[in-house]
Design a protein around this ligand. Structure first.
Ligand SMILES: NC(=O)c1ccc[n+]([C@@H]2O[C@H](COP(=O)([O-])OP(=O)(O)OC[C@H]3O[C@@H](n4cnc5c(N)ncnc54)[C@H](O)[C@@H]3O)[C@@H](O)[C@H]2O)c1
Length: 316
């Protein structure tokens, strides 16, 4: 077996900038919508009481990937991230493995990137301020990608004040004294563990765009059913969103059906309407798609092939 290149955490982040991630994730959503890239829904493997593993395959542009990744919300006190794992990239023609990458870094880039894409697609044209609720590993990248897309300054809120302070300092944004400061922003991004709602209907204001990213599995939610009912609804992919995302609870309660929700890829491709007026309140449910991971893994593989980043090697 030939030697397999391995990109560690820092190498992935060196290979793909936030701006590139935004552009590649936008393309991936369109290619998925058009059927050029394919992806079955992710598979969850519960590991109670710690969290769950996800297996996330996707294929497109001659590559096939699987991401094997965790969401273990209680890992913080153990000194470990909630989200970690490995992405394996294979040649879709021969099946040969081509590269291994750190899944945490791939996830951070593609999660931040999709928040920026959703804001660019759905927020009011004049929207600029950002409210972050949840400033952990993935929340930081959501803020960084929004900043890379030209949004901000914003407010950072976290139940861990040090996390909010760190992010605010890095981006030159402000710490929100209360959650309300963050909720008043044009674009509100929630990246909490999703164990309790952080947005209620009374928190919404005309024209707000909500990016809800933390609730990416069954039983998690960051908005109340009333808040969801007040918004125009968008998601990354209906199949995943209806089973294991922010909207799943509303779907189970019979309050939301597929006709109420538009996939953002359809808006990007020009096949569906996005926001229709400035006062509308829009909500984007990100469950996290394997095609987003493929977009980042493909860009990182290209960077390595073009000698823009160094890889370690393993012989299988
Ligand atoms: N949609 C996606 O594509 C996607 C991708 C990655 C992670 N996630 C999900 O996002 C969530 C966060 O992941 P992470 O890796 O950033 O975790 P993390 O543990 O690094 O960060 C979570 C942060 O939320 C804060 N927090 C907890 N409860 C809060 C509350 N009520 N109000 C404000 N802040 C609060 C915590 O203090 C922490 O800083 C997880 O549920 C994870 O599964 C979703």
């Amino acid at each position: 077996m030939h030697e397999l290149p391995v990109l560690d955490h820092d190498a992935v982040l060196a290979a793909v900038t936030a701006q590139e991630a935004i552009s590649y994730v936008r393309d991936a959503l369109v290619k998925h919508h058009n059927g050029a890239w394919s992806m079955p829904p992710k598979v969850y493997l519960d590991s109670p009481p710690y969290g769950d593993f996800r297996a996330m395959p996707a294929r497109g542009d001659g590559l096939a990937i699987v991401k094997w990744v965790t969401s273990f919300p209680g890992n913080g006190p153990r000194g470990l991230p909630a989200v970690m794992g490995i992405v394996c990239v294979s040649d879709a023609t021969t099946g040969a493995p081509l590269m291994l990458l750190d899944a945490a870094a791939v996830t951070m880039l593609r999660t931040g990137a999709v928040a920026a894409v959703a804001a660019q697609t759905l927020a009011r044209p004049k929207a600029w301020s950002v409210g972050m609720i949840g400033c952990g590993q993935n929340g930081r990248w959501v803020a960084r990608c929004l900043a890379a897309a030209g949004y901000g300054p914003g407010y950072c809120h976290d139940t861990d004040p040090a996390a909010a302070e760190r992010l605010a300092q890095e981006l030159g944004w402000r710490v929100a004294d209360t959650r309300d400061d963050a909720l008043e922003s044009d674009i509100v991004c929630c990246v909490t563990p999703g164990s309790e709602p952080v947005v209620d209907v009374g928190d919404l204001h005309a024209g707000v765009h909500l990016n809800l990213l933390g609730a990416d599995a069954a039983g998690k939610a960051e908005a109340t059913l009333k808040a969801i009912a007040a918004c125009s609804l968008f998601c990354d992919e209906w199949e995943q969103a209806s089973h294991g995302g922010e909207l799943a609870g509303a779907v189970r309660a019979g309050r939301v059906t597929q006709n109420d929700v538009t996939e953002v890829g359809a808006v990007l491709a020009g096949d569906a309407a996005g926001r229709e007026h400035p006062e509308e309140m829009t909500l984007f449910d990100s469950t996290g798609l394997a095609v987003q991971d493929l977009a980042i893994a493909r860009a990182a593989l290209t960077a390595w092939r073009e000698d823009r980043v160094e890889a370690q090697r393993v012989r299988l």
